[in-house]
Write a protein that binds this ligand. Sequence first.
Ligand SMILES: *Cc1c(COP(=O)(O)O)cnc(C)c1O
Length: 477
Amino acid sequence: MKYLSTRGDSPQLGFSDILLGGLMQDGGLSLPAEYPRITDAELTAMRSMSYAELAFTILSKFATDIPVEDLRALTAKTYTAQVYCNGRPDSDASQITPLRKLENNLFLQELSNGPTLAFKDMAMQLLGNLFEYVLAKRGEEINILGATSGDTGSAAEYAMRGKHGVRVFMLSPRENMSAFQRAQMYSLQDANIFNIAVRGMFDDAQDIVKAVSNDLAFKAQYKIGAVNSINWGRVAAQVIYYFKGWLSATTGNDQEVSFAVPSGNFGNICAGHIVRQMGLPIRKLILATNENDVLDEFFRTGAYKPRKTVDVKVTSSPSMDISKASNFERFVYDLVGRDPKVVAELWRAVDGGGQFDLAGTQFWARIKDFGFVSGASSHADRLATIRRVYKDHGLMIDTHTADGLKVALEHRDTDIPTIVLETALPAKFEETIIEALGEKPWRPTSMQNIEALPQRVEVMDIDVQAVKDFIAARSGG
Ligand SMILES: *Cc1c(COP(=O)(O)O)cnc(C)c1O
């Protein structure tokens, strides 16, 4: 399997090469040169597989440059009931991503049973093991630099802690995370994890990361890498749980399901799109946004209008607060018939701070073939959905999952299963849960007093040079 760039001007690369890189050489995103198709016999065989075996079977189509016995060992080590078990009541940890039935043909798929209680663990845990493996083979090291407003940073740190050849430097805004999120990250005492709290907002942290990465000499000398949303390894790992959800909800190989996905950077639902292209019978991909509705607007109208950073709304589903969707280019590449010239042209506008509108074009005429529908959710919707689910099913759901469920109910067909992807546990967003229900959400025993643990964090001004010096002093480069 070779990987091309959505902008068509980069040499094709193997899985291990793009795993450690970010953007392709021409500024585009990596995609398989063609999607592997799944046969009926393969689907039948998958029905009796464990999650780890399923992961191996699927990834062996994408990571063809990793010897099969190594890939089998990596997936077996990653997808265990020990890693994806936080002791939540009535959950079947052996399934890794079990379905929870709400009513006839309506399910939640639990993706939040990993160490940081959000779906990002599903992919990031695999990435930790893949990075360590590929770096050891090549005799290389990497310094992962990132900025986080919460979920990504903690998922990356828990996946990379203690891994050989990997250091993590994670910038976060000093004030804007929940006490729980801060405690999750800053209480890690591993020698290869460095938390930097910036005296500023998330965008200030992000700007520092961009400035450091744009210093190509520094980047090369200190082997700076990233594990952000566009990382292909993360998208590939997310493909697995769509298969698992479909397998759990069906008994026949031609049975359709729909998936509803709380979306921000289009990473999660991009995997759903790829699974559909691989031939899994998915009827609808139901995309849900919060008040930051740039993607809902596109799927309703054909116009993609990235917002200015100052126009991003701060919401109670903060992991979906985005100005533009960094993985969206992958879908548009397929929508425009895999023509890199068209994509390069469209993103010339986007990268220049502009927008594009496909309404009325030959491309928009094809949108129906891709199964997407969309909707948006507000703070009031979120509270109402959380309350209804608690009242009707005795179940507390988090704010992002509530956005997904709200939009799912608007678009689902009741004749087939609809699976809402649960992207986090309510414990991560305690304040809003208390606002909705007047009581605290359940927490794993191990996190009962996490806010009281000693914290290890370096507080810094918004100062690019200070961050560079900090990295240089700790990476022996
Ligand atoms: C990251 C995240 C999302 C958004 O996922 P994308 O892949 O960026 O679309 C939704 N919900 C939660 C809880 C998240 O952490």
